[in-house]
Design a binder for this molecule. Sequence first.
Ligand SMILES: [Zn+2]
Ligand SMILES: [Zn+2]
Length: 335
Amino acid sequence: MRMKTYQRMLLGCLPVCMLLIGSIAVPAQERRWFKGNTHTHTLNSDGDSTPDDVVKWYRQNGYNFLFITDHEYVTNVAPLNDLFGQSGRFLVISGQEVTDSFDRKPYHINALGIDRVVMPNKLPGAVETLQKNIDDVNKAGGVTQVNHPNFGWALTADHLIKLQNYSLMEIYNGHPLVNNLGGGGQPSAEALWDAVLTSGKLVFGIADDDSHYLKRIGDPTAPTPGKGWIYVRASSLTVPAILASLRTGDFYASTGVELADYKTDSRSVSITIKEERASKYTVRFIGSGGRLLAESHSNPAVYPIKGDEGYVRAKIVESNGKMAWTQPVMFAGRR
Ligand SMILES: [Zn+2]
Ligand SMILES: [Zn+2]
């Protein structure tokens, strides 16, 4: 059993020892959870509200950070951080949704943390055009996130397995038309993630809003904010710290379930849920091929790693349908 090196570095010693981020050693106990959204539109593309109003909404609704990811537009976040970030309790991070298509299907990726526009390449072929866009975002220093794989039924497991050098993929997107759950014989976004992980590629799962409309909050047909998010564990609420945790998978995705703790080492995965009073919870531990390894109703829920699972990830389901997904621990050995 051999964990991939960076996962081992990141997770193998949590929470008791020192953690390396770049060249700075940060005691694990000084790392905190920050709630944020990685997919947001404003009037700078097809949203209905100004960046100021969008930032205000997220700040007022318990978030700690927000990526603004308009189509082919990078918002200058400095004035927004001057206005809303002075307390050090909220951070706006620049980004873009690189909006491409092929054969009338949408191929979109988010470029998180970039400061200049990356133009879509419009190459023939889904993998070709997405790969070039991913490469360009990496060159621009951004963290790459493959968006809504089932929107327009554009992406298949085969595409996602062929693509290289992307860090994140959406397994839940709050837009009402992106087919998160699959259907008609098509796999869910989560099943596509399992296919990618089963192929041996380590990609981290994201939940986010893809919010467009503040003015239609309450309309279930509209892409409004507050549906999916991530909790990122980081040493500080700064752009380098948040981007580093995204790159190394030190976060979990949620549509409402919050964890009090989440620990992984070479022996076990342990999930502690911050329970809501009237809710009940099921924790599913999932391995290679998306197979159910174990189900737990305990809190904390602990899965002892055997070493032949390929990878182990957890999905937490709350009795009213809220979810959380932790990131996989992957083993390079037997599968
Ligand atoms: Zn999109
Ligand atoms: Zn979008």
